[in-house]
Design a protein around this ligand. Structure first.
Ligand code: FO1
Length: 319
């Protein structure tokens, strides 16, 4: 079975760990969000690609959901000693090696998709990880800091300000001229099932959908597109999705996110049991909906969710 998953960072990576367990032998292609990418110290950092690669490859810092396990921060301390910032983004010594190799390969002319493939050769994540685009796309947030309106890089909004400053708009800079990376549209066209995991619907899945051609390919795909709600009981499971949902005028609820994705895109939407009351509303919007447990408390729970999504895909296939 060929499965395509559009994934962001932590939520997407944890879901993928369950999906891998649920479909031993299945062929999983992950289209990764690159809007979180940031250039620091002359290096290109790809947080969401690295979170998927490290999580599925066994190198992730489990509690954080980003960066490496057993990490040290000597280089970070030395950079601080030189007065070179920013200090608010925690790059560890082992993680620096990933960014050095990536930047070196990009400088040699390899596209990000080839670089990602090369890095995954080491980590063997057990999925094919393709960036949404080889072109530079960086999400910026229109905010107000000390009374001054300005656009800041998503990571500055998310990590330095912890999303405590207002977000008036979310702008995936460069998306309008970006092209899907090689293999993305082909994987979508050939997929048997396409899944939207509980990643951030605005800055992760939303950014991938902002690359011209990807949303259209999903709408046209033969495969059923099944989404899993990242919102449970009116609150984001993790992270600060509510802050960016507000920025784009979407209510923080399982049903609002389904409608935001649209009935043209979704063939099915899974909400948590606690949101069973939303099933009728989602179905009224033309989207088949089921309530199942969506808390990814461990890999077995994530695998159970994945099996529910795959069963739902079979149920709606060809309808
Ligand atoms: N998230 C944080 O909250 N604090 C950090 O210092 C931080 C550093 C960091 C370094 C490398 C990397 O790949 C990810 C990192 N993240 C950090 C996570 C990052 O902000 C992700 O983009 C978000 O978690 C959203 O996916």
């Amino acid at each position: 079975m060929r499965i395509v998953v559009l994934a962001g960072g932590i939520g997407g990576a944890r879901f993928l760990r369950g999906l891998k367990q649920a479909v031993e032998g299945g062929e999983i292609t992950v289209v990764g969000n690159t809007g979180d990418d940031i250039h620091l110290f002359g290096l290109k950092v790809c947080p969401d690609l690295d979170t998927v690669m490290y999580t599925l490859g066994g190198g992730i810092h489990e509690e954080q959901g980003w960066g490496r396990a057993e990490e040290s921060f000597s280089v970070k301390a030395e950079l601080k000693a030189y007065g070179v910032g920013p200090e608010w983004f925690g790059l560890g010594d082992k993680d620096f090696a990933t960014h050095i190799v990536r930047t070196q390969m990009l400088a040699a002319g390899y596209p990000l998709s080839a670089v990602t493939e090369a890095l995954c050769d080491r980590w063997q994540p057990g999925v094919r990880l393709i960036p949404m685009s080889d072109d530079r796309v960086e999400t910026h947030v229109l905010t107000e800091v000390e009374g001054e309106r300005k656009a800041v890089h998503f990571q500055e909004y998310w990590v330095k300000h912890h999303a405590t400053v207002p977000a008036f708009a979310i702008i995936p800079v460069g998306a309008e001229t970006a092209k899907p990376a090689p293999g993305v549209l082909e994987a979508i066209a050939e997929a048997d099932v396409i899944l939207l995991p509980p990643s951030n619907p605005v800055v992760s899945v939303g950014t991938i959908l902002a690359v011209p051609g990807i949303r259209q390919a999903l709408v046209a795909a033969r495969a059923p597109v099944i989404g899993l709600s990242p919102i449970i009981g009116g609150a984001p499971v993790r992270g600060m999705a509510d802050k960016v949902l507000e920025a784009v005028g979407v209510e923080t609820s399982a049903s609002a996110v389904a409608k935001h994705y649209g009935s043209d895109l979704l063939d099915g939407w899974l909400v948590d049991g606690s949101d069973a009351g939303a099933v009728a509303e989602v179905e009224a919007a033309g989207i088949p909906c089921r309530a199942v447990p969506l808390w990814m408390t461990d890999v077995d729970a994530s695998a159970a969710m994945a099996r529910e999504a795959l069963a739902f895909a079979e149920a709606v296939r060809g309808e």
